[in-house]
Design a binder for this molecule. Structure first.
Ligand SMILES: Nc1ncnc2c1ncn2[C@@H]1O[C@H](COP(=O)(O)OP(=O)(O)OP(=O)(O)O)[C@@H](O)[C@H]1O
Ligand SMILES: O=P(O)(O)O[C@H]1[C@H](O)[C@@H](O)[C@H](OP(=O)(O)O)[C@@H](OP(=O)(O)O)[C@H]1O
Length: 289
C-alpha cells in the first residue's frame, strides 16, 4: 500500500503517466496495450463537469479506459457491455436499477454498490460509521464530535441542545448528503438564541478546534491519498464573547483551499500517522464494498 504524502489536486498528466498505480482502474502494464476497459458513468451534470475533465479523459484514453455516458431513461442492460459502472446518483429508482443490474451482471464492478454506501447519504449514520471504527486511542487520540439530530421544529433546538448537554459554538450541517451545493453548506452558531434560525433537518456538532487545517483521506482500492486543506479557524475567547447570529460557510475545505504549500505550525501540519491511515483505508474498504 502506498501513502502519498502530498497533494496536488490536479495530477499533472505526465506525472500521472509515470505513476500508473494512482489510477484505480489501470490495467496491468503488460495488458494495457491491448485491453480496453469500458467505464459507464451515471453522474449529475455538475459532477461530469468537475470530474470528467479533459486531462483525465486524455490520460484514461492513453491507458485504454473509455468513459461512456449512461442514459438513466433507457434500460441499463441495453447500454453495455461495461467493465465498470461509476455512479453518483442518489434517487431510489436508479439505485434499484443498479442493484438489479448487479445481480444479473456480477462480472461488472459497480463503484459504489448502492446498498454499501446507503449510510453515507446521511450525516448521522456517516459519523456513526466512523465512531464504529473504534480508532480512539489506537494511534493517539481519535474522536468524533458529539452531535444531535434535529428533524423538524427549529424552535425546539435551544431546548434540545441544552437537554443533550452540547457546548456552543455548534456546527450545523444538513442531515441529507445528496451532492447539492446546499448539502455542503455549513453554519456556525455561537449563541443559544441564534439556534432557532437554523433550517432542519440537520445535525448539530460541537465545534472542535483543530488548528484551521484538515486532512482529507481518499481511498481507492489499495491506494490512499492524503491532501491538506484549510479549514475553519479555531474559535477563541474573543469570538465567543463577540459573535452571535449564524455564520454560513459554503464548501469550507474544497480544492481551492489547498494548504499544501502554506507555512503551518509543524505540530498541526503533520500528516496523520501512516498506520492510522492504513487502518482507516482497510476498514473503509471492508465496510463499503
Ligand atoms: N465539528 C466540527 N468542528 C470544527 N470544524 C468542523 C466540524 N465539522 C466540520 N468542520 C469543518 O468543516 C469542513 C466541512 O465539513 P464536512 O466535511 O462535514 O462537510 P462536507 O460538505 O461533507 O465536506 P466535503 O466537501 O469534504 O464533502 C471540514 O473540512 C472541517 O474543516
Ligand atoms: O473536491 P474534494 O475536496 O474531494 O470534495 C469533494 C467532496 O468530497 C464530494 O463529496 C463532492 O461531491 P458531491 O457534491 O457529489 O458530494 C465533490 O463535489 P464536486 O464533484 O462538485 O467537486 C467535492 O466537494
Amino acid at each position: 500500500m502506498r501513502v502519498h504524502e502530498e497533494v496536488s489536486d490536479e495530477m499533472e498528466e505526465e506525472e500521472a503517466a509515470d505513476a500508473p498505480d494512482q489510477l484505480a482502474f489501470s490495467p496491468p502494464p503488460a495488458a494495457a496495450a491491448v485491453q480496453r476497459l469500458v467505464v459507464g458513468y451515471a453522474l449529475t451534470k455538475k459532477k461530469v463537469k468537475s470530474f470528467l475533465q479533459p486531462k483525465l479523459l486524455a490520460l484514461a484514453r492513453k491507458k485504454g479506459i473509455h468513459f461512456v455516458s449512461i442514459d438513466e431513461t433507457r434500460p441499463l442492460p441495453e447500454q453495455g457491455p461495461f467493465d465498470i459502472i461509476l455512479h453518483k446518483l442518489t434517487n431510489k429508482e436508479w439505485q434499484q436499477v443498479l442493484e438489479d443490474y448487479r445481480e444479473e451482471h456480477p462480472e461488472v464492478t459497480v463503484l459504489d454498490p448502492p446498498n454499501a454506501i446507503q449510510h453515507l447519504h446521511n450525516r448521522q449514520s456517516m459519523l456513526q460509521e466512523v465512531a464504529d471504527l473504534s480508532l480512539s486511542n489506537v494511534y493517539g487520540e481519535v474522536c468524533t464530535p458529539r452531535q444531535l439530530v434535529i428533524m423538524k421544529d427549529p424552535l425546539s433546538i435551544p431546548d434540545a441542545v441544552a437537554n443533550a448537554g452540547l457546548t456552543l459554538p455548534l456546527v450545523a450541517k444538513p442531515l441529507v448528503v445528496d451532492g447539492t451545493s446546499k448539502s455542503h453548506e455549513l453554519s456556525l452558531a455561537y449563541v443559544e438564541t441564534s439556534l432557532s434560525m437554523l433550517d432542519p433537518p440537520l445535525v448539530l456538532q460541537e465545534f472542535v478546534n483543530h488548528g484551521g487545517i484538515v486532512f482529507k483521506v481518499y481511498v481507492v482500492g489499495e491506494t490512499i491519498r492524503v491532501v491538506r486543506r484549510f479549514s475553519l479557524p479555531d474559535v477563541n475567547i474573543y469570538d465567543l464573547e463577540n459573535n452571535d447570529g449564524i455564520f454560513r460557510f459554503p464548501r469550507v475545505s474544497c480544492a481551492t483551499n489547498n494548504a499544501e504549500d502554506a507555512e503551518i505550525d509543524p505540530c498541526i501540519a503533520e500528516l496523520p500517522p501512516r498506520p492510522l491511515l492504513e487502518k482507516l483505508g482497510r476498514e473503509l474498504r471492508r465496510r463499503l464494498v
